[in-house]
Design a protein around this ligand. Structure first.
Ligand SMILES: NC(=O)c1ccc[n+]([C@@H]2O[C@H](COP(=O)([O-])OP(=O)(O)OC[C@H]3O[C@@H](n4cnc5c(N)ncnc54)[C@H](OP(=O)(O)O)[C@@H]3O)[C@@H](O)[C@H]2O)c1
Length: 308
């Protein structure tokens, strides 16, 4: 075939993103993000199981020549970090070189949100206290949720001493901490945060408190924060009033919480980095010269460079 015709054909290839979710709806947030980042076509698939991934990926890879792999993307959504990572593994295993496509997992935006929160905390610790995440005592509230889960894993992988807190006791968080250890080789402690007293006690033994609880739930009060002398930074991802941390404004960007010396990071400051991280990873997929596979570690690597 004439080389010019082949080149034109390659240049005119549409970018297509196949978006898989185990839920009944694909997230409109993720659809908008993908299109705004430059994908020309996005196609949602709902109620996708782990067992479906292999066939769907192979259906996608064999319909275009190998050099079109970079113009074909797969996005893994949902509301479960471990399932999304299992789907990512299944997608990678289903590739048949040279037939490969790009894959990005970000269930409920959790990988990019958690990456942004930890990156903002890291930057704040460094700017205000000349410290990094290593050995920082970090307590995570809401870690049975997908954002909290991922936040805990990213921080633990950076060498922080992470404790995940159960608002309903120790049982579920203990099993989640064990699962994190097995899957990621990290040590994560579990703690009972079912009463105000227990939460206060945890704060008094922490350098950093991160809240990723259900939207509109206040997790920590001013009184609890004021009684925690070692606490350096508190960050919250919930943008729906009331704030997860009493007194923390949505745009807080390292300023001290009123009446304390604790630096606060609010949900919109985190959301700004989250948005740029998710958009940036989609753009990297579109511009990649070879198919790529992105998970929360790639999100954290990018967020670190974006956090100010
Ligand atoms: N700023 C951003 O850019 C951004 C982006 C994405 C998400 N978010 C926010 O991040 C937060 C977490 O999202 P998600 O998807 O991980 O939510 P999720 O899966 O619903 O998890 C929420 C967590 O909050 C816990 N929780 C529920 N009630 C609680 C209470 N009374 N006290 C303490 N914890 C409680 C849940 O425990 P159970 O397991 O018992 O339900 C779970 O651990 C939400 O507020 C969401 O709006 C922010």
């Amino acid at each position: 075939m004439d080389a010019t015709i082949e080149k034109d054909r390659t240049l005119s290839r549409k970018t297509i993103l196949h978006m898989f979710t185990p839920l009944t709806h694909m997230s409109p947030f993720d659809v908008n993000m993908a299109l705004d980042a430059g994908y020309e076509h996005v196609v949602p698939y709902t109620e996708v199981t782990l067992g479906d991934i292999g066939n769907l990926v192979q259906d996608a890879i064999f319909s275009r020549p190998p050099d079109a792999g970079v113009a074909t993307g797969i996005f893994l959504a949902g509301k479960d970090a471990e399932l999304a990572l299992d789907m990512l593994d299944a997608a990678k295993k289903a590739m048949v070189p040279p037939f490969k496509v790009s894959v990005f997992a970000d269930p409920a935006g959790s990988f990019t949100t958690a990456a942004a929160m930890v990156a903002k905390v890291e930057k704040t610790l460094s700017k205000l206290h000349g410290r990094d995440l290593k050995d920082a005592r970090i307590v995570v509230f809401g870690a049975t949720g997908v954002v909290g889960y991922c936040t805990a894993v990213i921080a633990a992988k950076e060498g922080a001493k992470v404790t995940i807190v159960g608002h309903d006791g120790l049982v579920r968080v203990s099993s989640i901490a064990a699962s994190m250890g097995k899957r990621f080789g990290v040590t994560v402690e579990a703690a009972d945060g079912s009463t105000d007293l227990k939460k206060t006690d945890l704060l008094q033994r922490s350098d950093v408190a991160l809240t990723a609880a259900r939207a509109g739930v206040q997790v920590l009060s001013k009184a609890q924060l004021s009684s925690a002398p070692d606490l350096l930074v508190v960050a919250d991802v919930n943008a729906v009033p009331p704030a997860g941390v009493e007194g923390l404004t949505v745009n807080a960007n390292g300023e001290n919480l009123e009446g304390t010396t604790i630096a606060g990071i609010g949900p919109l400051s985190i959301g700004n980095v989250k948005y740029k991280t998710q958009a940036g990873l989609f753009e990297q997929m579109i511009k990649a010269e070879k198919p790529v596979a992105f998970d929360f570690q790639d999100a954290f690597a990018l967020a670190r460079g974006l956090a100010k």
